[in-house]
Design a protein around this ligand. Sequence first.
Ligand code: CTP
Length: 398
Amino acid sequence: MWAGRRVVLGVSGGIACYKSCTIARRLTEAGAQVDVILTRGAAEFVGRPTFEALTGRPVIGSLWEPGTALSHVRLGQDAALVLVAPATAHLIARMTQGVADDFLTTLLLAATSPVLLAPAMNDEMYAHPQTQANLTRLRARGVNVVGPETGALAEGPSERPGRMSEPETILAHAARAGRTKGPLAGRRVVVSAGPTRESIDPIRVVTNRSSGKMGYRVAEAAWERGADVVLIAGPTALPPPVGVRVLRVETTKQLEESVRTELSGADVLVMAAAPADFRPSEPSNQKRARSDGVLTMAMEPTDDILSATRAQRRPGSIMVGFALETGDALAKGRAKLERKELDLIVINDALEPGAGFDVDTNRVVLLDRQGAERVLPLQSKREVAEAILDAVERALDR
Ligand code: CTP
């Protein structure tokens, strides 16, 4: 989303400045044109050459530099986003009061682009009623705020917030704040991801090779598009996506219950989970000993969640399913779209290199109810997630 777009990165003077270097780097790598503005305090912590090398652009440190005469106004109006990280207590106080006594605060006073602050300060400063009141006022004016979080501060460990959020968290909030609002903004999106597990005995389970990566990337991308996202996740070791509410489930039955509950408020369901299709009919409550010899186990089918929860769908909501097949994927996927009454199905072949379970890439075909078929190239699961959400947005628009 950043390719060819402008971002202003304002840096005020706190030790968290060292993390701003990573933010500048990541945005530049993502294709953004990043204009870094340092306050006097920030320049004491990290020098201009560092940011100039990271962004490949001149860094602004004062209103009186030659060539910057009007840029204090223009930069905050042309940018996709004005991000201030770290935003110190002092910067936040000046911004609340409309003080314009250096380049960054002058730009902020004239800014019409979306603004995101990442506060960082001592925990007492953050807890101070004046700082809290300042942030409340800024939020009421439409300023976005990420963090601060609890964790180690420069003065030592603290149980209270003050520490600036990590760059990856700030970047996810930046993507959400800097994106032009589309049909998914403000919508309720439910995503299921990962495998399920069915007990054989208290120790052993039946499961499958799903990693959950595809569903996690869809949840992350939907949140960045402004949606309110619930991720119903089977057992996976993946870190929770920023901003997303995660509900943990283990069995297909639990997944079904969560889908049923969440579906009634959902505008979109993306069913990326790979629920176990069979479970042991009579799981043992004692560990089965190896000395018992050959194990023969009866398995019973689980419910098909998409079909079993059909009655909970809201009129006009968009249902997306997946079909991971081995051979003749397109025909099988088309049949599943019909049988499960879906708006869109994401079809892939598990045997194709770079596609399917546990890899970071996928090669899929998107098929919608109108019969439109889109063959996508091999790409990252995040890119596939974006393509799926583009198709969901088109369906919401119809
Ligand atoms: N699915 C579901 N409930 C299940 C199994 C699958 O809702 N018990 C959903 C999956 O999340 C996916 C879609 O149905 O979005 C297709 O899953 P898949 O395993 O390919 O389909 P099955 O219905 O299991 O069909 P089959 O095993 O016969 O290919």
